[in-house]
Write a protein that binds this ligand. Structure first.
Ligand code: FAD
Length: 276
């Protein structure tokens, strides 16, 4: 089995001390063991600030790692976005994960003033091919979508607007990815689509994230997780399940694996090492 490339996602820590710990204890550990191609840093997700993304990106770069910021428009206008892009270009950033972003709480669920396609178009219009743009994809269909076909229409529009690659929302059913690739092939969408991998380390947080993201935890998986007698058994079982998932995704032609690390290294390293 040829090992595909690995990338890892962080969210911005709250303060400079936690940021230093993330670099020293997590990023360096991941670099020493599984050498991710890049570390991406989320933007405005889970209450994090925009500045947190910039600062975390800067610290990662200073540590010698390749950093990829996530970016969404939110309430910003085009000038704010262009200013930030200019800063990133100056700092040597070459890739951006381009998103609509999670809606601020209180905003109507279907408010789409600036979706990811708008942002991809804006970036391409003003910066040409300066950045590699990665967009999000949803093999299990985005929760805001009325249908799988509508969701694919929006995905296709982002690609036609100039996206170079995609990372998926996480899922535990490899068939969702297989069918998504088939649908993309039928539409002649040929950018690399990297599956997002969520290691399993805690049932409650997995259920919470999955409910929010619209990711399904299959019944058999949840029941088996609940059956595990203690935390060690849960971690071992979680690694086994996710390794099998990754093996299947690689056999389906996944060009790489993107790990949602939740700022931890243990499970990600175990899974990636088992794949070598
Ligand atoms: P879009 O592609 O713009 O839209 C997603 C879906 O919404 C579409 O497929 C369609 O169903 C519907 N939609 C969009 N526009 C319209 C329209 N005009 N009319 C009707 N329906 C429409 N969130 C964060 O806040 N910060 C992050 O850093 C972050 N990183 C992420 C990284 C990855 C790899 C993934 C998969 C998700 C990430 N998210 C992040 C979550 C993401 O912001 C949410 O899933 C958000 O709800 C959709 O963002 P998007 O870029 O996919 O949106």
């Amino acid at each position: 089995m040829t090992m595909p490339t690995i990338s890892c996602e962080f969210y911005p820590p709250r303060d400079s001390a936690s940021r230093a710990r993330l670099i020293d204890n997590v990023a360096n550990k991941l670099n020493d063991t599984i050498q991710p191609q890049f570390f991406s840093v989320t933007y405005g997700a889970g209450g994090s600030t925009k500045d947190g993304t910039r600062q975390t990106v800067r610290c990662l770069q200073e540590s010698g790692a390749t950093a990829v910021p996530h970016l969404s428009m939110g309430q910003d206008d085009a000038q704010d976005i262009l200013h930030m892009l200019a800063e990133y270009a100056k700092a040597g950033i070459t890739q951006i994960v381009t998103l609509r972003g999670d809606q601020p709480s209180g905003m109507a669920a279907r408010h789409f003033h600036n979706n990811a396609e708008t942002l991809v178009r804006l970036i391409r219009e003003h910066t040409g091919d300066r950045f590699h743009l990665t967009v999000a994809a949803y093999p299990e269909v985005h929760p805001d979508s009325h249908s799988a076909q509508e969701d694919l229409d929006f995905f296709q529009r982002k690609v036609e607007a100039g996206a170079n690659s995609a990372i998926t929302q996480y899922f535990y059913n490899p068939d969702a990815y297989a069918y998504f690739l088939d649908h993309c092939a039928k539409r002649k969408i040929d950018i690399p689509i990297y599956p997002g991998i969520m290691p399993i380390t805690n049932i409650e947080s997995l259920e919470r994230f999955s409910a929010k993201a619209g990711a399904e935890i299959p019944r058999w998986l949840l029941n088996n997780l609940i059956d595990q007698p203690d935390e060690t058994a849960l971690l071992d079982y979680g690694v086994e399940v996710v390794v099998r998932l990754c093996e299947r995704l690689i056999s389906l032609g996944a060009p790489g694996l993107h790990f949602y690390t939740l700022n931890r290294w243990g499970a990600t390293v175990r899974i990636a090492r088992a794949l070598h």
